[in-house]
Design a protein. Structure first.
Length: 290
């Protein structure tokens, strides 16, 4: 068995837990492959002997599972590298909130041992994909959390003409518009007032960012619908952010967002549910009145 490991290279905690992890995997004769950035990080900090560790590349991605050690941002980066390779990902949380990376570092070795014994559950998560009207190419045109249409400057609003399955439904006057998956419903979308949606739901969420109309609220649509967006801006351009990867586009570039034809496989502990996450991390449903 072989693991591909991706990690947060900005935290000193990564060094501590990588040492523990490498010893654990070596003892169990599990092969290790490292993302190139993490490989350099391990080498610079002399975390372990690199003699038996391989470097991941597009041509060398032969592994059974991927481990993400960091926060949800590290998990999203891991998912972008895994892409269509159909490799399940386990998220170890050394960040803050941790909805995707929801295994605590205290429980890291227990969870990995459960993985080796085949006791973890695989959840399939829907992704968004985007195409441009003018042939603009994106390195990785997929998002696990959301696609964000955002203004580039700090003053004027955007006008975002939004068509759903061929019907023009609204022109958002706002700082931006988020198209989110159920996985992303607890991310950026939640911070702008979007609803919480269970990851297994077959929906997408459209949430305006700082809407100029008080009566415009987030909208849930089926995930087999086609979402067409045309953006108008005083600066003649706008930002498209795909899970944080930002591209500046001309306002003449229209976008078509739809459901991707593959999923990301997320490894979960059988005794740890989505609602446990809501209660423990967001204090969802907690009543402090005594």
């Amino acid at each position: 068995m072989k693991f591909a490991i991706f990690g947060n290279t900005y935290s000193d905690l990564t060094i501590t837990y990588l040492k523990v992890l490498f010893d654990f995997l070596k003892e169990r004769k599990v092969g290790v492959m490292l993302d190139s950035d993490l490989y350099d990080f391990v080498n610079e900090n002399q975390i372990c002997c690199l003699e038996y560790i391989e470097v991941l590349s597009d041509d060398n991605f032969n592994c059974d599972y991927a481990l993400s050690i960091g926060g949800d941002g590290t998990f999203l980066n891991t998912a972008a590298h895994v892409g269509l390779k159909n490799i399940p990902i386990l998220g170890i949380n050394i960040g803050r909130l941790g909805f995707l990376a929801d295994v605590s570092v205290e429980n890291m070795l227990v969870a990995i041992n459960s993985l080796l014994e085949g006791d973890l559950i695989v959840e399939e998560r829907t992704l968004l994909t985007v195409r441009s009207s003018d042939g603009t190419q994106f390195d990785y045109p997929y998002s696990l959390n959301e696609m964000s249409i955002l203004k580039q400057d700090s003053s004027s609003m955007l006008s975002i003409h939004t068509t759903l399955n061929g019907e023009l439904v609204h022109t958002y006057q706002a700082d931006g518009l988020l198209v989110s998956t159920p996985t992303g419903s607890t991310a950026y979308s939640l911070s702008v007032g979007g609803p919480i949606v269970v990851p297994e739901a077959s929906n997408f969420i459209l949430s305006p960012v700082a809407s100029h109309s008080l009566n415009v609220r987030p909208l849930i649509v089926p995930d087999n619908w086609i979402i067409d967006l045309e953006v108008k801006s005083r600066t003649k351009c706008y930002q498209l952010a795909m899970d944080g990867r930002t591209t500046i586009l001309n306002e003449s570039t229209r976008l078509r967002i739809s459901k991707a034809d593959f999923t990301i496989k997320v490894l979960k502990q059988p005794n740890h549910t989505f609602f446990d996450n809501l209660k423990n991390k967001l204090m969802w449903g907690v009543d402090k009145r005594n």
